[in-house]
Write a protein that binds this ligand. Sequence first.
Ligand SMILES: *Cc1c(COP(=O)(O)O)cnc(C)c1O
Length: 358
Amino acid sequence: MSVPRLEIETGRIERNARHLVAVLGKRGISVTGVTKAGLGSAEVAGAMLRGGVTGLGDSRIENIEALQRSGVTASITLVRSPMLSQVDRVVRHAGASLNTEMDVIEALSVAARSAGSMHGIVLMVELGDLREGILPADVAGIAHRLRALPNIEFVGIGTNLACRSGIAPDSKNMAALSALANALEAAFACTLAIVSGGNSANLLWALGESTPERINDLRLGESILLGREPLHRTVVPGLRTDAFRLVGEVIESKIKGSVPVGTIAQTAFGEPCKASDQGEVAQSLLALGRQDIDHQGLIAPPGIRVIDATSDHLIVTSARCLRIGSEITFELEYGALLRAMTSPFVDKVFIGDRGVNS
Ligand SMILES: *Cc1c(COP(=O)(O)O)cnc(C)c1O
């Protein structure tokens, strides 16, 4: 098999999805499986769907189009506000999108009308994380205007926390979203199909003591794929963290000093060199670099430590010298997974289901 490669156990993705669908289902919350880290892979999306997610979400129209080209028929929501320059593609390929700008919603309406289709709109609400979202006081006004547009359906509201500022979903901000849902339904005598509370960062709240009130959907990517919640990167009970493994190959292995010799200037990436004196160490280079991975998000096997990375080299130390040509297998955090999945130099190898305990 070629190296570097990402080995993807679709059975584990499926079982992670199934577990989350079951525990959240008990609380009246359905799961939208977010596929963006899978880069439009039908295998990843298929595993989520077999696990029981109600629909799919992706942030890139290119991924959504790729999923459809490979035969995925589930409804897919674009989870980033559409670019004005892409509204025609969005209404053709995404059943709904998350929105915050009236200009965009109007353009979606025009595009959907000429495509002869309906497009669902979820209005995103700003609840403190300061990424996307309409200020709560402005939501009703925008909802009122969009309800008058042709070929557009107001399907619900949502919010996104934690990603930009690390704001934790809690009973306060979730209650604010529920209250807004109630107020909009009362004002417009309508029913909101979707009240989407957020992403994997919502799991601690959703599986904790508080009641979900009106929240009936979560958009989950990282937890299904990597088994962790992103607030503290703890493992979600019942989930596996090893659905993805990155395999790299050793191309140099030598005993070297741990402190560089000479006058120190900038490194390739403009960061200060952070070497600390450990005496002589067994240092190995793997043919993997920042073009392929985020080295800070690699979880090395026992006995091996990731020290640094340049464009094309991953630098590790270990108790003993690693054999040239040997393969080293890492688990990944979300950022490293995104980068590895996106690198054309990393081969993607899908490993089908090997049974319940694999
Ligand atoms: C990526 C994304 C998600 C999924 O986030 P995870 O932390 O991977 O669960 C949900 N919602 C939006 C808007 C996103 O961009």
